[in-house]
Design a protein around this ligand. Structure first.
Ligand code: FES
Length: 101
């Protein structure tokens, strides 16, 4: 279960299934996340800000993700990730995140 804050819907708790990506899990839960490229790591519209204290629990961003993130206006090195590049595992349990503006 993660806690998600969105600009229009406020904060809700979302149950995620392992074996998907964070982006897919959020979409399945009805969260309005654009994810235009469908998880191909090319659009950056699945950008999320994570609780900085939990960043180290996740597999690090690869070079393509890092490059896309670095070009974003609301990139925050201590909390930005592309949600399509984060596999859902137990490591996400209890995580707080918000959709980037
Ligand atoms: Fe396009 Fe994540 S969905 S980069």
């Amino acid at each position: 279960t993660v806690t998600v804050t969105t600009p229009h819907e406020g904060t809700r708790r979302v149950e995620l299934q392992t074996g998907t990506s964070l982006m897919e899990g959020l979409k399945d839960a009805g969260i309005d996340i654009a994810a235009i490229c469908g998880g191909a790591c090319s659009c950056a519209t699945c950008h999320v800000h994570l609780d900085p204290a939990r960043m180290a629990d996740l597999p690090p961003a690869g070079p393509e993700e890092q490059e896309l993130l670095g070009d974003l206006d609301d990139y925050r090195p201590d909390r930005s990730r592309l949600s399509c590049q984060i596999p859902v595992t137990d490591a996400l349990d209890g995580l707080s995140l918000s959709l980037a503006p």
